[in-house]
Write a protein that binds this ligand. Structure first.
Ligand SMILES: NC(=O)c1ccc[n+]([C@@H]2O[C@H](COP(=O)([O-])OP(=O)(O)OC[C@H]3O[C@@H](n4cnc5c(N)ncnc54)[C@H](OP(=O)(O)O)[C@@H]3O)[C@@H](O)[C@H]2O)c1
Length: 464
């Protein structure tokens, strides 16, 4: 832990702050405390250069208490026989030299505790809390180096009067939609991540403390959490309580969680499959695709999947029961490949990939075919080529429908009623690609975009 906890004493109002209020490199993050210069007292320190009681001046935030994750930007106050407030003015010298290395957008304290929580925090025993932080917005393909493994401290009790849950994260989910959140928001359906704060995502967790009436200590939950060992959720409506624990808990990141619901909604609700129909699934060996293929077989359909390695193609046929499968990376002509597997055409296309694959599918669709536009991962990091033959949608009376799974979460209990018996009776299987340790999460997330994962990508933070 390299952070320190400070109590702010004097804040400085400086003209340069005006420019940080406009949108530009180094601007403030709307919704977060203003960052500026101040005089402060160290209340707790995990950094060898500072100890409790030290007086400092430098970059902090406009709040009563702040956690500073980069305390090297602070200067220790040696002379206290002058008014302390002078360190916001006459005793500061050239502040810009220090500002260059302090940017609250990138090194913001996290988790972001309220003042009340911080007051409480200073009185209680702390534990270290490893976190994965997004350094800054990402362009193009994400890299491990876009994320930072860091550590802060957290108390394992919540302050009275809060309405929150404190979670210990067990399993974290790596999902393709997270790539969109790494970009600066441009009207997306989900907010961007906040650079300098822990990555947000779905996971399975245990409630360590709760001041919310719906949750109690020991409850297991899945839903929205953050990429850190422990986290405080002030909005626990985003969590589902786990009732059934005689299946692997990690399944709640996959088959029993968001990807499972996605396969269910995208296949049954959007495509309304009929026995004997011809189904094609792209990214078929992933978290969603492997289920769509099995649902198609359970519905009496003929199903073919595409994937990017021989290992995945073999799995599709030997494990998930696809009738056929092919490696799209080895096909020079995707349209011809699909013609080979579907001489009579495709009734249902479960679209995970977009771009060239969609262009190859359209001429192979049958009259009145349905396309479930679940995702288009080939376009998450680069725009790619346009689809030039959309006219097939007209001439073949195709229906192509997109969906966002969270809009269908009220159907979750219905899905559980269907899927749980299938798992327990061994009629459906689920493959996970499990990596150990929070520090493995950046590589696991990045790997989704090169097809490194075989099955649902899960990160184990703790097993209980
Ligand atoms: N609509 C919704 O609400 C919703 C919810 C969840 C997921 N989704 C979407 O569903 C799709 C599958 O998600 P998932 O969680 O199951 O992921 P996944 O399939 O487990 O992992 C992503 C896979 O996509 C393939 N891929 C990556 N880049 C590609 C490219 N440029 N071209 C072709 N294939 C590429 C890779 O497999 P290969 O080896 O086959 O290349 C990779 O393993 C994604 O598009 C995702 O955004 C949508």
């Amino acid at each position: 832990m390299l952070s320190i906890l400070v109590k702010n004493l004097y804040l400085s109002c400086d003209p340069y702050m005006r420019s940080r209020m406009s949108k530009s490199q180094g601007s403030y993050t709307p919704g977060s405390p203003i960052a500026g210069l101040a005089v402060a007292k160290v209340l707790d320190s995990g950094h060898s250069s500072f100890k409790k009681g030290d007086l400092v001046w430098g970059g902090t935030e406009w709040e009563e208490y702040s956690i500073i994750n980069a305390p090297e930007t602070l200067i220790k106050i040696e002379h206290t026989d002058v008014p302390l407030s002078y360190y916001t003015g006459i005793l500061v010298g050239n502040v810009n030299l220090k500002l260059g290395s302090y940017n609250s957008r990138r090194f913001k304290a996290a988790p972001h505790l309220s003042t009340q929580e911080q007051q409480f925090s200073s009185q209680m025993e702390q534990v270290q809390n490893k976190q994965i932080i997004l350094k800054d917005y990402v362009n193009g393909f994400p890299k491990e180096s876009d994320m930072l493994i860091t550590s802060s401290t957290i108390h394992l009790s919540l302050p009275e009067g809060s309405n929150a849950v404190l979670l210990k994260n067990l399993y974290l989910s790596c999902d393709p939609y997270m790539r969109g959140r790494m970009s600066e928001s441009k009207g997306s359906y989900v907010d961007s991540f906040t650079p300098g704060s822990p990555i947000e995502g779905l996971g399975v967790a245990k409630v360590v403390d709760s001041t919310h009436s719906n949750f109690k200590k020991g409850d297991l939950v899945w839903g929205g959490t953050r990429w850190e060992e422990y986290c405080i959720i002030n909005d626990p409506q985003i969590l589902f309580k786990i009732q059934d624990t005689d299946v692997p808990l990690s399944y709640y990141t996959g088959i029993l969680g968001m990807p499972g619901m996605t396969a269910y909604v995208g296949f049954y609700e959007i495509c309304a499959p009929k026995k004997g129909e011809y189904v094609f699934v792209s990214a078929a060996a992933g978290a969603v695709g492997q289920l769509v293929g099995q649902f198609a077989k359970l519905s009496g359909c003929y199903v073919v999947g595409s994937a990017g390695t021989k290992e995945k193609v073999d799995l599709l046929k030997s494990k998930f029961g696809f009738d056929e499968a092919f490696n799209y990376k080895e096909e020079r002509d995707l349209e011809a490949a699909l013609k080979r597997y579907f001489p009579d055409g495709i009734d249902i296309y479960f679209e995970n990939v977009g771009g060239k694959m969609l262009e190859a599918v359209l001429p192979n669709m049958r009259f009145n075919g349905r396309i479930s536009a679940c995702g288009m991962i080939s376009q998450y990091n680069e725009q790619g080529d346009g689809v030039r033959n959309l006219v097939h949608i007209v001439t073949k009376s195709l229906r192509m429908q997109g969906f966002i799974v969270s809009h269908y979460f009220p159907m979750y209990p219905k899905y559980m009623e269907m899927i749980m018996p299938l798992i327990k009776q061994g009629k459906i299987c689920y493959i996970e690609d499990v990596v150990e340790g929070l520090e493995s999460a950046p590589a696991a997330l990045v790997g989704l975009f090169s097809g490194r994962n075989v099955g649902k990508q899960v990160v184990v933070v703790a097993r209980e």
